[in-house]
Design a protein around this ligand. Structure first.
Ligand SMILES: Nc1ncnc2c1ncn2[C@@H]1O[C@H](COP(=O)(O)OP(=O)(O)O)[C@@H](O)[C@H]1O
Ligand SMILES: [Mg+2]
Length: 300
């Protein structure tokens, strides 16, 4: 069953994001990954059936994979152990949801970049090099990098978490002013350590994780990893096979969708058109392939 939007009766809806529906269970949150998909900042009218299950399963995999570095908010993704009030909603929840600990969120997006692309590259190009180095928000990078170049070392580029509008990249120094130097250092260290471990592993499976975003929070005064992690929605996944520095890499998962939307007569300022079945199916195949490569199995 494809789930475009959940409806859990009296269970309290806390947030409906572009992709996830989040419910408030008191001390815990229920995260449901629907089959919605967004492109060019629009939620598309189609679902990609089972996409939510794939995203949910990837996050669970990565939470387990990284918990030796830092604890995270995941309590369970096993529907059979969910509280009774959720029992009537097996169809909507099983395999695409998780219960997590509610944390006090730190309002900074912690971005790790192993490759220079997107807003990071845009910012980089604006900065005047000094002594052969470009100071990108507190990271010293060599001058003359081309788009999609691999960085000598992964860097930490935080951004503000804007409730509305676009997030803004800020320097490590500015982050220290907001959060204090000690916490900033800790976030930087964690962000890079998690990214490195995941990116090294993904590369052995033929996937480059070019960059990714983490969110952290406090639970009983302890720093933990929250939100979703290392999915194609929070990261740039590139096929390693076709990667070429200096060229704009194709998106692992959304390329067919983007190509279709860019090639039709949609103006990107109004409701997007419906995707043809062929695009939906090809896109779903890419998600399944990424899941198979990374998690090592198909979703049930
Ligand atoms: N364990 C947690 N405790 C509290 N808030 C969390 C936790 N995990 C994630 N969040 C927050 O829940 C929200 C999830 O919304 P999301 O589905 O990402 O939609 P959007 O970001 O588009 O609003 C985000 O604001 C995120 O920071
Ligand atoms: Mg979010």
């Amino acid at each position: 069953m494809s789930v475009m939007m959940t409806n859990l009766g009296d269970v309290k809806l806390a947030n409906r994001g572009k992709v996830r529906d989040i419910y408030d269970l008191g001390d815990e949150l229920l995260f449901v990954a629907t089959d919605r998909i967004s492109a060019f900042d629009w939620v598309l009218p189609n679902s990609i059936p089972d996409r939510g299950k794939i995203l949910n399963s990837m996050s669970v995999f990565w939470f387990n994979f990284t918990k030796d570095i830092i604890d995270n908010h995941l309590i369970t993704d096993d529907f059979n152990s969910y509280p009774d009030e959720l029992k009537p909603y097996r169809d909507q929840l099983e395999g695409r949801s998780m219960i997590v600990k509610k944390a006090k969120r730190i309002d900074i997006e912690c971005i790790a970049r192993g490759y220079i692309i997107g807003s990071g590259y845009k910012d980089y190009l604006k900065i005047k090099p000094e002594n052969g180095k470009v100071n990108l928000h507190g990271n010293l990078l060599p001058e003359g990098l081309k788009t999609a170049d691999k960085l000598p070392e992964p860097i930490f580029t935080p951004s503000t978490k804007a409730d509305s509008g676009h997030d803004e990249n800020i320097s490590i120094e500015k982050t220290s002013e907001l959060l204090g130097q000690e916490l900033t250092e800790q976030l930087k260290e964690m962000t890079i350590a998690i990214y490195k471990k995941a990116a090294d592993y993904a590369l052995t499976k033929g996937i480059i994780i070019a960059d990714t975003k983490f969110e952290f929070g406090f639970l009983d005064n302890k720093l933990i990893l929250i939100d979703e992690i290392l999915s194609p929605d929070s990261s740039r996944f590139w096929p390693a096979e076709t990667y070429k520095p200096g060229e704009n890499p194709s998106s692992y998962d959304k390329q067919f969708v983007r190509d279709y939307l860019a090639g039709c007569d949609w103006d990107k300022n109004s409701e997007p058109p419906k995707l043809p079945d062929e695009i939906v199916n090809k896109t779903l195949e890419k998600y399944k392939e990424a899941h198979r490569k990374l998690v090592g199995k198909d979703i049930d």
